[in-house]
Design a protein. Structure first.
Length: 407
């Protein structure tokens, strides 16, 4: 595996190498700093002497991990040299794996995408062939970026929690001979790997880059093909005892005829999301409701994105069905707000393309079930990161894990 400077190595007698620890601390300090820092500032921040800091900075500069940025202006005396990270040495690979979609990006510490690769014909299956495809897809993207592996700190992966009806944590996918997927990927790709549920990964990105930055208690709901939820309590994203927290899709909402893939009827996921929207639209056409954009005879050739597009173009039936879903989501989330009392509810996912059309419907639904004083103290907002955040969220998770960014 490629050497990661942010993970200090242990010697045979299990004593941490102090120099490596200080190097890692300096890298983290400079990574989070909004401006270049002087030697005294760095020494103060990581609690070491200025002579020791000077020696360490020279070592990091010689390795091209830290760069001089010129002199800092002062009113009197010598102008001290300032330092920053050599940004070309710190990249992350972000990955998003959904049921019908895989997206990989190589991202810099400034969150600019260097190279990306997407496949919309991908199908997630719990097979060796699918795992091999994922590994090759990630590897090809890294090669295409032309970034040396030594300059990549790791791979952050967000993945859905179900494969063909099996609801499992991402770490339980592809259990080849009992070897966890994380270990298989690390051994094959030669880089550290972090894996989590796709919605929790997006929630991490919201803490690093978006509306949840500095917010202690928030809910992030992703509405795309399916619906997912992440819970932030006291600044920490809750995973639950087995890693399956936030399964709002399987909350019992209202009984109906649709059978959820979990085997139950009445799940919220059968009412909200792109898959449910396709069923809603087919039923509406069968009941003689009209749309100038769609016909019942061609319904099998459409995708839920087509309905979202039609709504944005003013199709009345599409707007009606999407507003129904937004209202239902608000009703369901009102119960969550009553229990958790967050200060912020963020809506993420593909439905963001509808902006206020969907968000306003959610707010109306919330008014039906949420306690008035709780709703008055909870902002409901569409994510500012955009529906194409995708794999960049995995990179944000990785940078945060290594304490290179402020949250």
């Amino acid at each position: 595996m490629a050497r990661n400077l942010l993970i200090p190595q242990y010697s045979n007698n299990n004593i941490l190498d102090r120099t490596e620890e200080y190097h890692a601390n300096i890298i983290r300090c400079l990574g989070k700093s909004k401006s270049p820092m002087t030697l005294p500032q760095i020494a103060e921040a990581i609690k070491i002497s200025i002579p020791t800091c000077t020696k360490l900075i020279k070592e990091l500069t010689r390795k091209n991990l830290v760069a001089k940025m010129g002199k800092k202006f002062t009113e009197n005396g010598r102008r001290p040299t300032t330092y920053t990270l050599s940004k070309e040495r710190f990249f992350a690979v972000g990955v998003e794996i959904l049921s019908k979609f895989i997206h990989v990006s190589v991202v810099g510490l400034d969150f600019e995408t260097v190279h990306e690769n997407v496949n919309r014909n991908f199908t997630l299956e719990d097979t060796d062939a699918c795992l091999k495809f994922i590994i090759n897809f990630i590897s090809d993207t890294i090669r295409g970026s032309k970034i040396k592996k030594d300059n990549i700190i790791g791979i952050g992966i967000g993945v859905i929690e179900n494969i063909k009806g099996k609801i499992v944590t991402p770490m339980e996918f592809f259990q080849t001979e009992g070897i966890p997927i994380r270990e298989q990927l690390e051994n094959t790709l030669g880089l550290p790997v972090l894996i989590d549920n796709d919605t929790r990964v997006i929630a991490t990105a919201e803490q690093v880059l978006g509306l949840a930055k500095g917010v202690q208690n928030a809910i992030v709901v992703k509405v795309s093909r399916t619906i997912g939820m992440a819970i932030i309590v006291n600044g920490t994203i809750i995973t639950g005892s087995t890693g399956l927290s936030g399964n709002i899709s399987h909350t019992q909402f209202r009984k109906g005829s649709r059978l959820c893939y979990c085997g139950k009827k009445g799940c919220l996921g059968t009412v909200i999301g792109g898959d449910a929207l396709m069923l809603d639209f087919k039923e509406a056409l069968e009941n003689k409701q009209e749309s100038i954009h769609f016909s019942l005879g061609k319904i099998e050739s459409y995708k839920y994105h087509d309905i979202l597009d039609a709504a944005s173009l003013g199709d009345e039936l599409s707007i009606h069905l999407i507003q129904q879903q937004g209202y239902a989501l608000g009703e369901a989330m009102g119960n969550v707000l009553n229990v958790l009392n967050p200060e912020l509810l963020i809506i993420d996912g593909e439905y963001l393309m509808l902006d206020e059309l969907f968000i306003n419907a959610v707010k109306n639904g919330l008014r039906k079930t949420t306690l008035v004083n709780l709703l008055q103290n909870c902002q409901v907002k569409a994510s500012t990161l955009g529906r194409y955040l995708s794999s960049k969220a995995g990179a944000a998770m990785l940078f945060r894990q290594y304490n290179l960014v402020e949250t």
